[in-house]
Design a protein around this ligand. Sequence first.
Ligand code: AMP
Ligand code: GLY
Length: 446
Amino acid sequence: MNVLLIGSGGREHALAWALTASPMLGTLHVCPGNAGIAEIASCSPLDASDHAAVIAFCRANTISFVVIGPEAPLVGGLGDSLTAAGIKHFGPSAAAARLEGSKAFTKELCREANIPTAAYARFTNAASAKAYVAAHFGSALQTASLDRAVASQSIPIVVKADGLAAGKGVVVATTRTEANAHIDACLGGALGSAGAEVVVEAFLDGEEASFFALCDGTNVLALATAQDHKRVGDGDTGPNTGGMGAYSPAPVMTPAMVERTMAEIIRPTAAAMAARGTPFRGVLFAGLMISADGPQLIEYNVRFGDPECQVLMMRLKSDLLAALIATADGVLDRFDLRWHDDAALTVVMAADGYPGTPQTGVIKRGTVIRGLNAAAKVPGVEIFHAGTTRDADGQLIADGGRVLNITARGKTVAQAQQRAYQAIDLIDWPEGFNRRDIGWRAVERG
Ligand code: AMP
Ligand code: GLY
C-alpha cells in the first residue's frame, strides 16, 4: 500500500524510517519532508492546512493510508476531512485532538473522570485570574483543593495559555509578578487566540516522564516510556525548547508505575472520550509527573513526541505500519508489539541561537554540515534529520532550529549515550551545538 506521512521534523524522519521496514509498504510519500527523509521516501511540498489539496494528492498517488505527524493539522481537522473523503488515516479527529488543543478541556475531563492532575482554575478575565493568584500564592487557604495544593507547596504556581502556543504557553512562576505578567500576556493577546483563556494550576513536584499509548477509540495499547530534556543548556539550564534530547526507557517508569498510569490515567481518558461521543484514535502522549503519590497528568499531546519518537522507533521491533493501521481499524485488542530490550538515546543538534530567545539570540540559518557519513557508521547509530535541506551543489544545509537527531541504541543508556556522542564528534558543523549531558539522570542511576 502507498502511504502518505505529513510532517518535516525528526519525528517524521524516524516514523518514515520505521515505516519503510514494513513489508506492507509500497511507496512512502512524505509531505513536505526534509533532506534526510528524501533519501528514503518521495518528498513533495504540500500545505497540510489545505485539506482539499491533501485529498487530491492522495487520489493522484493512490494513497490508502495517511499518517499525520504534527499536532497543528490534527487540531485543524485534517483527520475529519480525510474521514469524510473515505481515506483511512492515523491521528485523532479535531474533537479528540482537543486533549492537546485545549488545556482547559483536558483539565475538565480529568475532573470528570477522576484522573490525577494538578488542581486548577480557569479564567478569561485578567483581574479575576490575578485576584485568584493573589489569594492563593503561598497563603494558607483551606477550601478548594487548589488552595491546599498551593498552600502545601507554598510556591511556585503555574500559569498556562489554553491553546496551542508552540512551547510559549506555560510559565512556572515563582513570584506573583511573574504569574501576573503571563496572565496579562495571554489574555492581552500576545499568544493570539491560544491565550484567550488561561489555566492557573498548582505546581507538581517529582520527576517528569513521557508515556505513550496507542488508542483505537476503545482499546489502548501501551507503547514505551521516555524522558526528554527540555532546557537548552547542560545541567537542564536556560530557556525551554521543543526538546534537546531524549532516552527510552525512563527508569522512573517501572512496570508497576506503567500499570498505574494505564489504570489511573490512560484507560479512564479513553473511556471518557468514548462516552462523550468523541472517541480518541491515535497516539496519546501523556506528560507525567511521577510524584510521591504516583503518576499525575501534566498534559496530553495527541501525536508522537519529538524527539521522544526517535528513541521509541529505535526500540520498536514490530511493524509500525501494521500497528498504526490496527489503531485506525479499531482492532488493537488483537494486537501486540515487541520491543528491543536495548535502551535508545537521541541528542539534538541545533543551530546556534536556538531556541531564539533574548538570552540565546537569533537562530543562525543556512550553514553547511559535513561528516554525516562517517558519523552514521558508528555502531548502533541512526541519524534522523529535523531541519535540513540541500543546496544546488548537493551540500547538506541547516534549515531550522533543531537540525539533526543523533540517535543510538545500546545495552544501557550509558552505552547509547557514548555511541551518540562518538558520532557527534565526527560531525563537522561549526555553527551548530548540542548538549553534552543527555541521559545524565539515567546514567547516574546506573
Ligand atoms: P506543558 O506544556 O503543559 O507540558 O508544560 C511545559 C512544562 O512545564 C512541563 O514539561 C513541566 O516541566 C512544566 N509544568 C507544567 N505544568 C506543571 C505543573 N503543574 N507542575 C510542575 N511543572 C509543570
Ligand atoms: N518533546 C516534547 C514534545 O514533543 O512535545
